[in-house]
Design a protein around this ligand. Structure first.
Ligand SMILES: Nc1ncnc2c1ncn2[C@@H]1O[C@H](COP(=O)(O)OP(=O)(O)OP(=O)(O)O)[C@@H](O)[C@H]1O
Ligand SMILES: [Mg+2]
Length: 258
């Protein structure tokens, strides 16, 4: 699905991603954790064919970035991020926000959609608990409603790879728990795409996620199965403070130790 080899991204003369090796296989569900500025969004932009590495290679869905038409690759990847949300026109109807994803474009420019697409958009909005928002303008939605519409949008093109950058940011406790539940359902669906979820909080890791990668200062601290990575030692290393980590009923929690 995805293989980054020695991926380095240099900005302002310094590496913000530094020799990153990371591999995502079919069926895997990954969580990306790390402190502010660790390079999570940058890594996701490379994985989403939105950004070319300064050095190293990114193989995405069997294609090598730099040797493929990104406009053909991008519709195969579902991406939801704050940066993308801010590019969605505020006056766009929710229906169209979801529909335009079939063409990986922002803003409705094709007037004629296939009725099959319309039905699919409705079904995805329903699955995300957002069916009632279909006629609303995107700019009028609450933060939590926007996140759910964005995930429906990211699923619209039936992607092989789905990248979610902090989908729970800005949600209240109920909204977070509902999103975690929906992402757990997605993770459990064998027909769902390979999933990558960026978060700051282990509490937001949905049950059923299989792997985790921890970043710090543009480098991979640890990567592997969740049971090994979401433990006190690697998380303390990544966040730079001594943490106590608990795991119960498929959910994690973390707090400063002592
Ligand atoms: N164009 C740029 N020029 C200089 N520095 C940049 C540029 N773009 C990103 N950075 C820096 O790269 C680092 C990594 O950014 P990135 O957005 O990937 O972090 P992140 O892990 O997603 O952080 P957060 O948790 O706050 O979202 C940050 O320190 C950021 O300031
Ligand atoms: Mg970020």
């Amino acid at each position: 699905m995805l293989r980054l080899s020695g991926v380095t991204v240099v900005r302002g003369g310094a590496p913000i991603l530094d020799e990153v090796d990371w591999r995502v296989r079919e069926g895997e569900r990954w969580v990306v954790l790390g402190p502010n500025g660790a390079g999570k969004t940058t890594m996701l932009q490379v994985a989403g064919a939105q950004l070319h590495p300064t050095r190293g290679t990114a193989e995405i869905l069997g294609e090598t970035l730099g040797a493929v038409d990104v406009f053909e690759l991008r519709p195969r990847i579902g991406l939801a991020s704050a940066a993308l949300a801010s590019r969605l026109p505020a006056d766009e109807r929710v229906r169209d926000v979801v529909l335009t994803a079939s063409y990986a474009v922002v803003g409705r420019w094709r007037e004629a959609y296939d009725p099959v697409d319309e039905t699919r958009a409705q079904a995805l909005l329903s699955a995300m608990g957002a069916a009632h928002l279909v006629d609303r303008r995107f700019g009028t939605l609450s933060e939590g409603e926007r996140k759910r519409v964005q995930i429906a949008r990211a699923l619209m093109s039936d992607p092989e790879l789905m990248l979610l950058d902090e989908p729970a940011a800005g949600l209240d406790l109920g909204g977070r728990e509902e999103l975690v539940r929906r992402l757990a359902a997605l993770a459990a669906d064998p027909g769902a795409p390979a999933l990558v979820l960026v978060t700051h909080h282990v509490e937001e890791v949905p049950p059923g996620f299989t792997h985790a990668v921890l970043l710090r200062g543009g480098r991979v601290v640890t990567a592997g199965p969740v049971d090994e990575v979401l433990t006190a030692e690697p998380l303390s290393d990544a966040f730079g403070l001594r943490l106590r980590v608990d795991h119960a009923d498929g959910r994690w929690s973390a707090r400063a130790a002592g």
